[in-house]
Design a protein around this ligand. Structure first.
Ligand code: 5BU
Length: 269
């Protein structure tokens, strides 16, 4: 039985006015999962296999298009079709950071990110015009999309300190083109504070989560996915916990169940 998004998501459902967020929350209810797969594989075949294996247990697909060694426009278009058939939002984690005009052009270029992405990440370091320029780029091809601003990061020693986080959030939450914020899934207490300043109107999505908590590769840090959701994350971004597992399908199911149950617990006590 499918649960009503309003009962699952509580004030996120009533307060988020973004149509993409509403669509996302509905799909999450259909799949009973708030897992975004960080699909960090470097071949089209490997990525396609992953979607086939875990598509039913994830609610969004995060890509790094420039990691794909055998990338071709046709191959990528097929992969995006596969993702849409699996009812997944496509989220390119490009971390845009340049001035507005260049950012708009970077959404075109070889990869033509504007034509297939539903969500992208951006730093706010260059100022608020980056959000308008990303929205203009989607508009250039008659599409709509949402921006996730980096308010925190999961990597050790990053420079996004609490003052910076607050500046990003205070400004970003007033912008319609902002779908939400990236928070640090590895530190629930920092995440609680982030949720306090974000309030209910925007999403918080969190990398840096793994059922095996602790330090990851090259400065990555991992926290418990359930704790992240209880602290205010609306979606856990999971990479190696799924794509490096011996059984990606089983792992995706585990992350889906853990994150979904934590969301129900957060909103319904
Ligand atoms: P992992 O294998 O679960 O560690 O992958 C995490 C993914 O999330 C990877 O694609 C990173 O680029 C992405 N990420 C992150 O780990 N930390 C951050 O602060 C941001 C993105 Br922003």
């Amino acid at each position: 039985m499918e649960l009503e998004p309003s009962s699952v998501w509580g004030d996120r459902w009533t307060s988020c006015d973004s149509p993409i967020a509403k669509k996302y929350m509905t799909v999450a209810c259909q799949k009973r999962s708030i897992v975004c797969l960080a699909a960090d594989r470097n071949t089209l075949l490997g990525l396609g296999e992953l979607i086939d294996q875990v598509g039913p247990y994830i609610s969004a697909l995060k890509t790094h298009v420039d990691l794909v060694d055998d990338w071709t426009p046709e191959g990528w278009a097929e992969l995006c079709d596969k993702a849409r058939q699996a009812n997944l939002l496509i989220f390119e984690d490009r971390k845009f950071a340049d001035i507005g005009g260049i950012t708009r052009n970077q959404m075109a270029g070889i990869y033509d990110i504007r034509s297939w992405s539903d969500l992208v990440t951006a730093h706010f370091i260059s100022g608020p015009d980056i959000v308008d320029s990303l929205q203009s780029a989607w508009g250039d091809v008659g599409r709509k999309g949402g921006v996730l601003l980096l308010a925190q990061m999961s990597s050790r020693g990053n420079l996004l300190n609490p003052d910076y986080t607050k500046t990003v959030v205070d400004s970003g939450k007033t912008l319609k083109g902002v779908f939400g914020f990236i928070g640090n899934g590895s530190r629930p207490r920092e995440l609680e504070k982030l949720r306090e300043i974000v309030g209910p109107t925007k999403m918080i999505w969190t990398p840096g989560v793994n059922l095996a908590v602790g330090d990851g590769n090259m400065g990555q840090r991992y926290g418990d996915p359930c704790e992240a959701v209880i602290a205010g994350s609306d979606t856990i971004i999971v990479g190696s916990g799924i794509h490096r597992s011996d059984n990606p399908e089983q792992s995706a199911k585990m992350y889906a169940a853990a994150s979904w149950n934590a969301l129900l617990e957060r909103n319904n006590g």
